[in-house]
Design a protein around this ligand. Structure first.
Ligand SMILES: [Zn+2]
Length: 261
């Protein structure tokens, strides 16, 4: 009787240890993913910042071209006024015709420059309107990222705290498990990763779902000795009545401790 209680207790400890170990694996991977999740959250901010600076650079180039055209326009105006001033020096009709042609050519050139300048000013206006819009986007992205970052850091702290609690529980349980059983558990777990101790459900092994012979089921229920599945070598246990509804509910692999908690 005492042996049965002892074995029942050992198996319960082992199942709990398995839950702890699986939880630790989940916690570890979640903690490891936090920096990556922060970087993902930062992505939109970085993108909008780069759009803003690109727009700014393009606007600057446009502004330079505008200043060039303004200088061109000044040159055109100077040429035109110089040409007009030469009117007094004109003596012949031929010279007068040439003078008119020259002025006409300067006027056409000036018109072209003015048109280009107008286009550049319109472009510049678009750049500056877009800059205001993008600056708003960046501001919103900064706020959003900041709040996401804070949330993720909070999550990280919560994960670390839970890790500490769970690990303490592990430290308390490990000495309570028979060393031979613990070694067996670790060996099976290294092979099967998550599940080394599995319940018998509907007459099958909770790990590989192969039928467990009725005689073995009886022995597992009686908790007289540690029995392993002949197919997958996992340690078998008879689930407590509290676990049964969960066993009925799920059809696939043993229920994850994370999902049940
Ligand atoms: Zn099995």
């Amino acid at each position: 009787m005492s042996e049965e209680t002892g074995l029942k207790d050992q198996l319960e400890q082992l199942v709990r240890l398995q839950e702890i170990d699986n939880r630790l694996v989940i916690l570890k991977s979640e903690m490891a993913r936090i920096p990556e999740r922060i970087e993902t959250a930062r992505k939109f901010l970085v993108e909008s910042q780069s759009q803003l600076s690109q727009n700014h650079a393009e606007g600057e180039t446009c502004n330079q071209r505008k200043r060039e055209k303004e200088r061109d326009l000044e040159t055109c105006e100077e040429r035109l006024s110089k040409a007009r001033n030469r009117q007094n020096e004109i003596k012949t009709n031929k010279e007068y015709q040439a003078h008119l042609q020259e002025i006409e050519a300067f006027k056409i050139e000036k018109g072209r420059v003015e048109e280009a300048l107008l286009t550049l000013m319109e472009q510049l206006d678009l750049y500056s309107r877009k800059e205001a819009e993008l600056a708003q986007t960046v501001k919103a992205a900064e706020q959003k990222f900041e709040s996401e970052r804070q949330q993720l850091e909070k999550q990280s702290e919560a994960l670390k705290t839970e890790w500490g609690v769970v690990e303490k529980e592990r430290e308390a349980i490990v000495p309570a498990v028979d060393p031979k059983l613990l070694k067996m558990y670790q060996k099976i777990k290294s092979l099967h990763r998550e599940w080394a101790v599995v319940p018998i459900r509907h007459g099958t092994c909770g790990g590989c779902h192969m039928n467990v012979p009725p005689q073995m089921i009886t022995e597992v229920r009686a908790r007289q000795r540690i029995l392993t599945c002949s197919q997958c070598q996992r340690i078998l246990y008879w689930p407590s009545s509290a676990e049964q509804p969960a066993a009925v509910k799920e059809a696939g692999s043993p229920q994850s401790p994370a999902a049940s908690s």
